[in-house]
Design a binder for this molecule. Structure first.
Ligand code: IPM
Ligand code: MN
Length: 371
């Protein structure tokens, strides 16, 4: 069967396994309606991988990841592993898989569903209809720059060092992704850096401008300092279409944007590599929220960010736009009928568990398919 895809599921830690169970359920539903077959393999990453293999990402798991059509990841991290050596911490598994697969473009859409307008901490009129795409550079910058470390000074004091560094191609390739996305949306890109204080920010601005001038003149480009962007996101978020920014600013700005949509439990993400000669691109999909240890094991985590991440997978990895739209619509429909999980501050009587939310979305998906 040609429409058969290898999916590697890495549930990870905390609420990761709980929400990923719901994604697997949805994937089975998509198999029924989409005429595809997903060969799903599960493995560990993060703390769970450390417990099993003694490393947050084993070589075997990495090999499997390289040989999959797409990777679906839950979350990593938790108190249990707080005292491990830095190189063994759960987060290192995630950073390594991003880096090894060269998943340089992290797409984080912040979309405010109609039914969620009241859950946002901002006034309804500011977020209603909100649709922003944050493109975060994911394999460079201060997350990976050298030199790094903690140096003893010999006098009892220490210095902690990290390096923000970007080269031409790292900036240009992520800028291209942002312009391409914008051209299919509202055709506007805002590039964010701190060129007022950082040389890497000056280079960022120049290279984004270069790509714009040479390849994407029809897209509207503006530049903004990242701190101003943080402020504008809460002042008037609807002014943005696509935001492109570096690894660290993107990490922070996407958490901020997530909250505009009502809950961090709603925000999906896609991490994409370059398209190869066979027209294939490596890809990993994960919710923006973390492992949420405070609610893990209680069965109340919101699976929507993970399910929407799978919707992104259908679109960006398998060109199943129709099924992807159907899944997005199903999530919206379920929320519109008043069903919420605890994080969405809905009517408590109607709060669903993780499993119930997955079931509702699956049912709705089946119904919407029949329509
Ligand atoms: C994210 C997370 C990760 C990051 C952590 C868990 C390493 O916060 O994906 O946003 O900082 O990139
Ligand atoms: Mn983050």
């Amino acid at each position: 069967m040609s429409n058969s895809y290898k999916l590697l599921v890495l549930p990870g830690d905390g609420i990761g396994p709980e929400v990923m169970n719901e994604v697997v359920k949805i994937a089975k539903g998509i198999e029924e309606i989409g005429g595809v077959q997903f060969n799903i393999e599960k493995d560990d990453i993060g703390g769970a991988a450390y417990d099993r293999y003694g490393t947050p990402l084993s070589e075997e798991t990495l090999e499997k990841a390289k040989n999959s059509h797409a990777i679906l990841l839950g979350a990593v991290g938790g108190e249990k592993w707080d005292n491990l050596d830095f190189s063994l911490k759960p987060e290192q598994g995630l950073l390594r898989i991003r880096k090894e697969l060269d998943l340089f473009a992290n797409l984080r859409p912040a979309l405010c569903f109609k039914s969620m307008v009241e859950s946002s901490s901002l006034k309804a009129e500011l977020v209603s209809g909100l649709d922003i795409m944050i493109v975060r550079e994911l394999t460079g910058g201060i997350y990976f720059g050298e030199p790094r470390g903690i140096q003893e000074q010999g006098d009892g004091s220490r210095v902690g060092i990290n390096t923000q560094s970007y080269n031409t191609e790292e900036i240009r390739r992520v800028a291209r992704i942002a312009f391409e996305l914008a051209s299919k949306r509202d055709n506007r890109v805002t590039s964010c850096e701190k060129s007022n204080v950082m040389e890497s920010g000056i280079l960022w601005r120049e290279e984004v401008t270069h790509v714009h001038k040479n390849e994407f003149q029809s897209v509207q480009l503006s530049h903004m300092y990242a701190d101003n962007c943080a402020m504008q996101l809460v002042r008037n978020p609807k002014q943005f279409d696509v935001i492109v920014t570096d690894n660290l600013f993107g990490d922070i700005l996407s958490d901020e944007a997530a909250m505009l949509t009502g809950s961090l439990g709603m925000l999906p993400s896609a991490s994409l590599g370059a398209v190869d000669s066979k027209n294939f691109r490596k890809s990993l999909y994960e919710p923006v929220h973390g492992s949420a240890p405070d609610i893990s094991g209680k069965g109340i985590a919101n699976p929507i960010a993970s399910i929407l991440s799978f919707a992104m997978c259908l679109k960006y990895s398998f060109n199943m736009d129709k099924e992807s739209d159907l899944l997005n619509k199903s999530v919206n429909d379920v929320l519109s009928s008043g069903f919420k999980t605890a994080d969405l501050m809905g009517d408590n009587n109607k709060n669903l568990s993780t499993v119930e939310m997955g079931d509702q979305i699956l049912n709705q998906l089946r119904n919407n398919f029949k329509l």
